[in-house]
Write a protein that binds this ligand. Structure first.
Ligand SMILES: NC(=O)c1ccc[n+]([C@@H]2O[C@H](COP(=O)([O-])OP(=O)(O)OC[C@H]3O[C@@H](n4cnc5c(N)ncnc54)[C@H](OP(=O)(O)O)[C@@H]3O)[C@@H](O)[C@H]2O)c1
Length: 220
């Protein structure tokens, strides 16, 4: 029997996209949850969870991950198959190209987005930092004024906002004489919704622990 799904933030853009995709896929959505700490409620009820909200601070994320690890949980800042492949390609490019290639990430989202940089950009940066063995202090959020020449160890991140852009991400590796750009453009929230529902189907029956879309898609 298909799992019954409760959507938190059901009235928002993503909540509505998930409800529409669930209808297409004949997955029952039902019940209402009180607004509050919904993750704690799901953990108390031993229910598997799929988490896709972004913008949490480091401490908050640590607290949520510790809580989520008590049940089977998929946590992903981006549920699209294309973006998850972009994560894998970025890791490969950062490893092959090395620090002689300056890494910069540019993202663009609709004017209503409340957090920056996007969760997807944050994950891309994490991957580059991991491959280059750099800490978060290497990040440069935008640049302004007399910044001096770019250092070999910095990684730039630039967040553009405007219109109804669903989500664009470009990772650049620029050296003297060549530049590699990896770009993903989302044009329909349905890709996130379908991915989240794929994760919801997958997570039922898994052991407690926090998984990501690379696990769901078998990309590891
Ligand atoms: N993982 C992915 O693939 C993916 C893709 C796209 C977006 N996202 C993320 O998903 C989140 C939602 O995006 P959106 O575009 O749907 O935003 P949105 O349109 O602003 O909707 C957010 C919804 O969540 C509700 N909400 C806010 N705080 C809540 C709380 N503490 N408890 C329960 N409900 C709460 C809001 O209710 P009110 O209107 O009453 O405040 C609203 O219905 C963002 O963090 C975004 O970055 C993730």
């Amino acid at each position: 029997m298909a799992p019954r799904i409760l959507i938190n933030g059901a009235k928002g853009r993503m909540g509505q996209a998930v409800a529409a995709a669930a209808k297409e896929m004949n997955l029952p959505v039902g019940g209402a949850v009180a607004r509050g700490d919904d993750l704690a409620a799901a953990v108390a009820g031993r229910k598997p969870v799929v988490l896709g909200t972004t913008g949490h601070g480091a401490e908050e994320k640590k607290r949520l991950l510790a809580l989520a690890a008590q049940v089977p949980c998929v946590w992903a800042g981006n549920f699209s198959v294309g973006v998850n492949l972009l994560f894998a390609l970025t890791r490969r490019a950062a490893s092959v190209l090395g620090s002689d290639y300056d890494a910069e990430v540019v993202e663009m989202h609709h004017r209503f987005k409340k957090d920056a940089p996007s969760g997807t950009a944050a994950r891309l940066l994490e991957i580059i930092l991991e491959e280059r063995k750099l800490g978060a202090e290497a990040l440069r959020h935008g640049r302004e004024g007399i910044t001096g020449a770019r250092t070999a160890t910095e990684v730039g991140i630039h967040a553009l906002r405007g219109g109804d852009v669903v989500g664009d991400h470009t990772v650049m590796f620029a050296a003297l004489g060549e530049r590699l750009e990896l770009t993903h453009k989302a044009s329909d929230r349905g890709i996130f919704a379908r991915g989240a529902l794929r994760a919801a189907r997958w997570v039922v029956g898994q052991q407690p622990g926090v998984y990501d879309m690379q696990d769901v898609l078998g990309l590891k």
